[in-house]
Design a protein around this ligand. Sequence first.
Ligand code: PBE
Length: 267
Amino acid sequence: TSENSLGEALDYTITGIEPGAGLTGLSKNTLEEYENLDGWELLESSTAGMLGALDGAIKNEEPIIVTGWTPHWMFSAYDLKYLEDPKGTLGGKENIQTLVRKGLEEDMPSAFEILDRFYWEPKDMEAVMFDAQEVSFEEAAEKWVEQNADRVNEWTQGIEKVNGDEIELVTTPWDSERASANVVKVVLEEQGYKVTLTPVDPAIMFQAIATGEGDATVAPWLPTTHGSFYEKYKEEIVDLGENLKGTQNGFVVPAYMDIDSIEDLMP
Ligand code: PBE
């Protein structure tokens, strides 16, 4: 069948990203949860490795299946589609949430209030990610903050300034979360904070907030992508709710491939 020839053409391999990514765990689970996908394997690598493989395949009009997500510039750079995920094991539509350490509200009330108010849209995040392909994330974030003064003002209006108080933001290393973390960094700096930004694996990020080694994060994808970490640490963290709605994970293929669903990978 054509499905079998696709499997053979791809060596039954799905091109994945970093071992520590939430998406990597969900992808492995997906290969287990769908029946008859036993032969398929997830090749763990890096986001850059995945994007390089995707680019190479598309240049040669070859088949490829990658683990991908939105917001990401890959969807504007290439003509791609998500494979349907009828079992929902890759999480469907999700949100990004703001989590802070216990005690932050008492210790740094201004930062706490700004973090609590921080909310933006996927198109805002994409604008920063787009600019950050040409300039640093820091510069891209500064530009966004300048151009969106009204929105930023909603986050900071009436909040007392501070004088060099140190705060540590913990984030994950993907572009989407470098964008959000850098925007929050710029806003907190304008408020008078001295901000350190630490990019780590999702597991370490949750641990840092739970132990108080880090003060806050605006990076967790919930309820599914980082759901296992959230479950583990939820009693130890303060959840300030959504800061962005409508992210998605999935198995992604070039639009020229004639499969539409994860179920099409079954023999
Ligand atoms: N991602 C992008 C991350 C979160 C942001 C989907 C690659 C992850 O899988 O943990």
